[in-house]
Write a protein that binds this ligand. Structure first.
Ligand code: PGA
Length: 260
């Protein structure tokens, strides 16, 4: 019997955009669009607003019954303590957050997140029964030097090695080549598929075949309505992580429906 098809997850990472008023307007517009044209079967959507907009988005999504899961962009790995400016995974879970990005390349670059910290964040997110979206990807010099696969494998080993397969099967892994983020330069669908297959193969080697079949692998990096359908049709790509194009409800709705 064929294994059940994996759900495709379309995630909007707003980064440091949209204050809470703008966030509410976005949700209201998206809500109207998704009423007129529902999320296609086999797809799910998550929105990752800034921390100040989370509560507003949660209230707007709940009161309108919008078929969108609440997501966050990061969290601290400790449950509580003297960490000025930080927010814990438990606090996010209490707000109804379902997905949390861990190790986005911007956080690795600007906030000093090491592989060790990213692993601890994945621990915290799982401990609070949310789904981590573990972000991995190579720089342009790494790709040009032929080191892209080694870099991604190393990041996966650091975050997922030694874990239980049933836990890893619940994780989402976002392959985001750093040279494609915010640049308008998209990886070819062959490259996205090759790396997604490599991610799945690494999960198989690390924790077993069942987790490898279940784990969802997103592609991210300059995804738009023009390229989302093609990349999501790749066998091993189970959705997209969208930055810039997720800020506009029309563009994001087009991505949700693309190729579907
Ligand atoms: P982008 O960002 O779609 O603007 O390239 C993607 C991301 O950083 O997740």
């Amino acid at each position: 019997m064929a294994p059940p098809a994996r759900e495709k997850l379309v995630s909007g990472n707003w980064k440091m955009h949209h204050n809470h008023y703008e966030a509410i307007q976005f949700v209201q517009k998206l809500s109207a669009m998704l009423r007129a044209s529902p999320v296609p079967p086999g797809r799910a959507v998550s929105l990752h607003p800034s921390l100040t907009s989370l509560r507003s988005v949660q209230t707007a999504v709940d009161s309108d019954g919008v078929p969108v899961a609440l997501g966050a962009q990061t969290c601290h790995f400790e449950d509580r303590g003297a960490f000025t400016g930080e927010v814990s995974a438990g606090m996010l879970a209490k707000l109804g957050v379902r997905y949390v990005l861990a190790g986005h390349s911007e956080r690795r670059a600007y906030a000093g997140e090491t592989d060790e910290i990213v692993r601890a964040k994945v621990d915290a997110i799982l401990r609070h029964e949310m789904t981590p979206i573990l972000c991995v990807g190579e720089t342009l010099p790494e790709r040009e030097a032929g080191d892209a696969t080694a870099k991604v494998v190393r990041q996966l080993e650091a975050a997922l090695g030694g874990r239980d397969g049933s836990v890893v099967g619940r994780v989402v892994i976002a392959y985001e080549p750093i040279w494609a983020i915010g640049t308008g330069q998209v990886a070819s669908s062959d490259d996205a598929e090759d790396m997604a297959a490599c991610v799945r193969g690494t999960v198989r080697r690390l924790v077993g075949a069942e987790a490898a079949r279940a784990v969802r692998v997103q592609y991210g990096g300059s995804v738009t309505a023009d390229n989302a359908g093609e990349v999501m049709s790749c066998d091993n790509v189970d959705g997209v992580l969208v930055g810039g194009a997720s800020l506009d409800p029309e563009a994001f709705s087009a991505i949700i429906h693309s190729g579907g």
